[in-house]
Design a binder for this molecule. Structure first.
Ligand code: NAI
Ligand code: MG
Length: 354
C-alpha cells in the first residue's frame, strides 16, 4: 500500500520547511507519494482564491496533508480568508494537538513532555465579529458537543501517553511513572466567563469522569500561564478552548526553543492536517535559515497518525541527534542552514544505529 500525502507549502518559510519535511518523509523509506497543492496570500494574489477548490479536493483525496504557513494581511481584504482557518472549518478539524517536548539544545528547558489539546472550531474563532459604530463585538461560541469531543480526545491521549514513551526520558525526570502520568488539566476562565466557560467546564468534567484512571485537575487560564512558565514539568495533557490554546501553546513553544521547533496536528473525522505552529516568518523568509524542525516533527506526528509509529520515533530521534550535535539554525543559536539541518536529520535517519 502506498500512502498519499498532500503538501501545501503556502507562503514565506512554508516554501522552505515543507520541502524539507517531504525529504525526511521520503527518507523513511516508506511507500509515499506526494501531491503538491497551492494556498495562501501569493496564491490569492495570483488567482483571487487563497484556498482553491483543487487544493481542498487534493486534501480530501489524500486524507492527510502537511501545511506550511500562510501570510495574512493585518486588516481585512475582500475575498481573503486564512486558508488554515478555512480548512479547519471545511474538514471539521476539531482537535488541535500541540506537543511540547524538550530538545537537547541550550535554549530549551529540559525535562518537559506535555501536550496542549486545543479546541479548534469555535470559541473566539467562530468568526462572529461585528462593528457597531465605535463598538466592536466578537461573540465567543462554546457548545456542549464541541467541548465534549475535544475533552474526549484529550482523555484518550492522556491514557495512551501513560504507556512507556519512547522519548519519555524527559517527562517527570526522577519521578516514578505513576507520579507523572495520566494527568489531565482542564484550562478555562469559568470564574469570569461563567456561561461560556461554565459550559465548557461542565462538559469537560462530565467526560473526564468517565476516565477513573485519569488524575484530573483544573486551572484558570491566567494561572495556567504562570505555572507553564514556573513549573512546566508538572503538566501532562492540558485541554482548553480555542484562543487560550493558541496563546498557551506559543508560550509552551517558547520554553523549548521557540516557534521554529513546535509541531502540531489538526485532526478531524476524516482528514488530518499537520503543520508547524509558526507562521510565514517574513523577517527570515527566503534566506535559507528557517528552522525545519517544527515541520519535520509535524511530519513525525503524521507518520504516527498513519500507524507508522516506529518511523515516527526514528524521525524524532534523528531530530534530537542533529540538534544535540549543535547542527541548528540561528533561532536555536546555531549557524546551520535549513538544508544542512535537513541533511543531517536524513543521514541520522538512514544510519543503522538509530
Ligand atoms: P511567525 O511565526 O511567522 O514569526 C514569529 C517569529 O518567529 C519571527 O521572528 C520568525 O522569524 C520566527 N520564526 C517563525 N518560524 C520560524 C522558523 N521556522 N525558523 C526560525 N524562526 C522562525 O509569526 P508572525 O510574525 O506573528 O506572523 C507572520 C505571518 O504569519 C502573518 O501574516 C501571520 O498572519 C501568519 N501566521 C500564519 C500562521 C499559519 O499559517 N498557521 C500561524 C501564525 C501566523
Ligand atoms: Mg498561533
Amino acid at each position: 500500500m502506498t500512502y498519499s500525502i498532500c503538501l501545501i507549502p503556502g507562503d514565506g518559510v512554508g516554501q522552505e520547511v515543507i520541502p524539507a519535511a517531504a525529504e525526511v518523509l521520503r527518507a523513511t523509506g516508506l511507500p509515499i507519494e506526494f501531491g503538491w497543492a497551492d494556498a495562501g496570500w501569493a496564491c490569492f494574489e495570483r488567482s483571487g482564491d487563497a484556498l482553491p477548490t483543487a487544493t481542498v479536493e487534493a486534501i480530501q483525496a489524500c486524507g492527510v496533508a502537511m501545511f506550511g504557513a500562510t501570510q495574512s494581511p493585518m486588516s481585512k481584504v475582500a475575498g481573503y480568508r486564512s486558508p488554515i482557518l478555512a480548512l479547519r472549518k471545511t474538514f471539521d478539524l476539531y482537535a488541535n494537538i500541540r506537543p511540547t517536548r524538550s530538545l537537547p539544545v541550550p535554549s530549551a528547558r529540559q525535562g518537559l513532555d506535555f501536550v496542549i489539546v486545543r479546541e479548534n472550531t469555535e470559541g473566539l474563532y467562530a468568526g462572529r465579529e461585528r462593528r457597531e459604530g465605535d463598538t466592536a463585538i466578537a461573540e465567543r461560541v462554546i457548545t456542549r458537543r464541541a467541548s465534549e469531543r475535544i475533552v474526549r480526545v484529550a482523555c484518550e491521549l492522556a491514557m495512551r501517553r501513560s504507556l512507556p514513551l519512547p522519548l519519555g526520558e524527559g517527562r517527570g525526570e526522577g519521578l516514578p511513572p505513576s507520579a507523572v502520568s495520566r494527568r489531565l488539566t482542564l484550562v478555562h476562565k469559568a470564574n469570569v466567563l461563567g456561561i461560556t466557560d461554565g459550559l465548557f467546564r461542565e462538559a469537560a468534567r462530565a467526560v473526564a469522569a468517565e476516565y477513573p484512571d485519569l488524575k484530573v485537575d483544573e486551572l484558570l487560564v491566567d494561572a495556567a500561564a504562570m505555572w507553564l512558565v514556573k513549573a512546566p514539568e508538572r503538566f501532562d495533557v492540558l485541554v482548553t478552548t480555542n484562543l487560550f490554546g493558541d496563546i498557551l501553546s506559543d508560550l509552551a513553544a517558547g520554553l523549548v526553543g521557540g516557534l521554529g521547533v513546535a509541531p502540531s496536528a489538526n485532526i478531524g473525522p476524516e482528514v488530518a492536517v499537520f503543520e508547524p505552529v509558526h507562521g510565514s516568518a517574513p523577517d527570515i523568509a527566503g534566506q535559507g535559515v528557517a528552522n525545519p524542525v517544527g515541520a519535520i516533527l509535524s511530519a513525525a506526528m503524521l507518520l504516527d497518525h498513519l500507524g507508522e509509529r516506529p518511523a515516527a520515533e526514528r524521525v524524532n530521534r534523528a531530530v534530537e541527534r542533529t540538534v544535540a550535535a549543535g547542527i541548528c539554525t540561528p533561532d536555536l543559536g546555531g549557524k546551520a542552514t535549513t538544508r544542512e539541518v535537513t541533511a543531517s536529520i536524513i543521514s541520522h535517519l538512514q544510519s543503522s544505529s538509530l
